[in-house]
Design a protein around this ligand. Structure first.
Ligand SMILES: Cc1cc2nc3c(=O)[nH]c(=O)nc-3n(C[C@H](O)[C@H](O)[C@H](O)COP(=O)(O)OP(=O)(O)OC[C@H]3O[C@@H](n4cnc5c(N)ncnc54)[C@H](O)[C@@H]3O)c2cc1C
Length: 307
């Protein structure tokens, strides 16, 4: 009997990480797609969520916008420079609403589980092993499946950012360049509708930023709410490792000076998703053509046998 079976696999594609990069990949994909994250989508914010306004508008998640910014302010100890952003305004947005909005556009199975690595081409998770011909690592700086031993060297390849929500109101998006505040780094004040996120970033991966951040808050007459922060890459990393693609911070696509990583993760995620879908469509078409040809040969051989 002729057997019309695809090679054994669980999914057409597996996407690891359901933040900016992962959701941008997933929303381009059709078919059987598994989206994995150890947290609920949008539950754990690590970013100040500042990006050009056209980004949420283009992606259909404008409802997540908290505040629009027509001005960028750069403050140094001696000067303050103001840039007019009104022709391309920026915005700050609500992380959960943004991510949930993108998830609603995806036709995928979401599974909340930790990804432990990759073994024999299978993604190993707390919920078992899953296989797919295409795997995309969007797990951020941790590079859950493409990192390997590289993850150990994070301090050399990564900056570190820490921020907190305060009731402080400022005139626009502000960057603070002041060695006394943070050597080899920068500070920021990003108004988010109700108050501001105030943060510090170290280009050399210094993670003990709380004392300096508390000093900055005291200067502005504030005390900290809860802190959040993490590493982010400051150089490009490999975008393919064996048969796995990497996107966003996992591929080091965050811009090193400003720490702008949302736009690159969304852009490269969208591009990667489109390419993966073309590959899957091509593979499916080749498969259908091959099976049709085989079926025709089989029928012809049957007819020959009858005559
Ligand atoms: C303090 C701070 C402020 C920032 N502010 C801005 C800003 O205002 N604008 C901007 O453009 N950029 C900003 N950035 C950078 C930006 O946040 C990142 O570049 C961006 O989040 C990268 O998106 P991503 O999808 O690649 O990775 P991430 O957003 O880091 O997402 C990775 C996802 O993978 C999941 N994950 C990780 N490991 C595993 C695992 N083992 N198993 C399962 N799931 C896993 C995580 O839960 C997460 O959901 C900031 C960064 C920091 C640290």
């Amino acid at each position: 009997m002729l057997c019309l079976r695809m090679p054994a696999r669980d999914y057409d594609a597996i996407v690891v990480g359901a933040s900016f990069g992962g959701l941008a990949v997933a929303r381009q994909l059709r078919g059987e797609v598994l989206l994995l994250d150890r947290n609920e989508v949008g539950a754990v914010q690590t970013s100040a969520c500042g990006t050009p306004l056209w980004v949420p508008e283009t992606l259909g998640v404008s409802a997540s916008v908290l505040q629009v910014h027509d001005r960028l302010v750069i403050r140094t100890p001696t000067r303050t420079v103001r840039y007019d952003l009104s022709s391309v305004p920026f915005c700050t947005f609500d992380y959960r609403a943004f991510c949930q909005g993108l998830l609603a556009q995806c036709r995928v199975r979401f599974l909340r589980t930790s990804v432990l690595g990759i073994q024999d081409n299978a993604v190993v998770t707390g919920e078992g092993r899953f296989t797919a011909p295409v795997i995309v690592d969007c797990s951020g700086w941790r590079r859950a499946i493409t990192g390997g031993a590289e993850s150990e060297a994070r301090s050399r390849r990564h900056s570190f950012g820490l921020e907190t929500h305060t009731p402080f109101r400022d005139e626009g998006l502000t960057f603070l360049l002041d060695r006394r505040l943070i050597p080899q780094g920068l500070g920021w004040i990003f108004p988010v509708g109700s108050g501001s996120l105030i943060g510090l970033g170290s280009y050399v991966g210094r993670s003990k930023l709380r004392p300096a951040l508390d000093r900055l808050l005291r200067e502005h007459g504030m005390s900290a709410g809860s802190y959040h922060g993490t590493y982010f890459p400051n150089r490009l990393l490999r975008a393919t490792v064996d048969r796995v693609f990497a996107v966003g911070d996992a591929a080091g696509q965050c811009l090193p000076l400003t720490a702008e990583g949302i736009r690159p993760a969304l852009y490269f995620g969208g591009e990667c998703g489109r390419i993966v879908q073309q590959v899957l469509d091509g593979a499916r078409l080749r498969f259908v053509n091959e099976m049709t040809a085989r079926l025709a040969r089989y029928k012809a051989s049957k007819r020959e046998g009858q005559t």
